[in-house]
Design a binder for this molecule. Structure first.
Ligand SMILES: [Zn+2]
Length: 361
């Protein structure tokens, strides 16, 4: 649930421009007509991205079999992919799949999906080529994703097995997740996005934000990469279900738009000769998203026609506060309730709220 630092963003942009733009322009992005059209977000359930994240998770589990992928209170609920029984693979399928996992373990498992430029570029490229059933362009020229031959080979080989044994279940879970959240996005997406942007003193981006829904995402259950702004979210992660789905989605998107807040906090700290507090900005985004979603939900939103049908359906108050406590952000929560909440309620100006928070640090 973090974003790429600015310096990596610039590098990434350059690399993308240099390596991939001519190719991605030829690729046909999956339209969101299957799911929408919806305002604000454009949802995708892409084959290659799903395969990529599954291989990455298995490789991680292979490297650190005893290590829980997520610290804190959610550790128990994270998908324990290593212990998931594999459907009956033939001996040769098993070998091919294991080779792919080994390749990911050797090349990617020690790198973070969010902070590794290589992994971000790979993820985006796999998203752009989701409509292709190959990545090498052997059968169809426009399906040459321009990836290094070894990863192309690994993904195409493992892809055949993934398609036979896993994809339909994962795709179904993704589509179900999208179907559940769609009515809320349709009804409240524009309103929530406008209020969030106003709170951050900015404008919500005009183009729809691409959301790659994947059976597996990263240790946090969702992450966001910039330039281009894209959210990857796990459809199976227990933390992303029911009302939390909407909150996670807008929290992630906020990573791409709340820069004015980050800058204002930094400016205020410099003026007062204080160290810029790590994570205050992130805590603020979590808090703000939670508050605005909560208020939107109490004003009539629900995830299902009948609230009783969904455990925790309707408004789940302050789910984000639980998140804040879990991260050890109690002090920030106190600051935010005292100085940021009055701003959200219209009783203080943005500058005052930031100044008071920083002076109380
Ligand atoms: Zn976050």
């Amino acid at each position: 649930m973090r974003t790429l630092p600015a310096h990596s963003r610039a590098t990434l942009l350059l690399l993308l421009a240099a390596c991939f733009l001519p190719l991605s322009a030829e690729a046909r992005p999956q339209s969101d007509s299957i799911f929408g059209p919806l305002p604000v977000f454009e949802f995708h359930s892409g084959f290659w991205i799903n395969l990529h994240h599954m291989l990455y998770q298995e490789a991680k589990a292979l490297r650190n079999p005893s290590e829980h992928p997520t610290p804190g209170k959610f550790a128990h609920s994270v998908l324990d992919i290593a212990s998931e029984p594999h459907p009956a693979l033939t001996a040769s399928e098993q070998r091919t799949w294991q080779d792919a996992v080994n390749f990911y373990a050797a090349n990617y498992a020690d790198h973070d999906l969010l902070f590794s430029t290589d992994l971000v570029i790979l993820k985006n490229q796999l998203g752009d080529f989701e409509d292709c059933d190959e990545l090498s362009g052997t059968k169809k020229k426009t399906c040459d994703a321009g990836l290094p031959p070894n990863i192309t080979h690994v993904l195409e080989s493992a892809g055949a097995i993934y398609r036979t044994h896993y994809w339909s279940a994962h795709d179904r879970a993704n589509r179900q997740w999208i179907a559940l959240i769609s009515p809320l996005i349709r009804e409240q997406g524009v309103g929530i996005s406008e209020r969030l942007a106003a709170a951050y003193q900015t404008k919500w981006p005009k183009p729809k934000i691409r959301v790659d829904v994947s059976a597996y995402a990263n240790w946090a259950g969702a992450y966001t990469t910039l330039d281009p702004l894209r959210v990857t979210i796990s459809s199976l992660d227990p933390r992303n279900q029911d009302t939390a789905a909407l909150e996670v989605l807008f929290h992630e998107a906020s990573h791409g738009i709340a820069e004015p807040v980050e800058q204002a906090i930094a400016r205020e700290c410099r003026q007062r000769d204080k160290a810029i507090p790590r994570d205050l900005w992130h805590a603020l985004v979590s808090y703000t998203t939670g508050e605005l979603i909560h208020s939107a939900m109490t004003n009539g939103g629900s995830l299902a026609p009948d609230d009783d049908a969904v455990p925790g359906g309707g408004a789940t108050p302050y789910a984000v506060r639980e998140g804040l406590y879990a991260r050890g952000w109690d002090d920030y929560l106190n600051l935010l309730s005292r100085f940021w909440q009055p701003y959200l309620d219209g009783h203080a100006s943005f500058d005052d709220a930031i100044a008071r928070m920083v002076s109380s640090l």
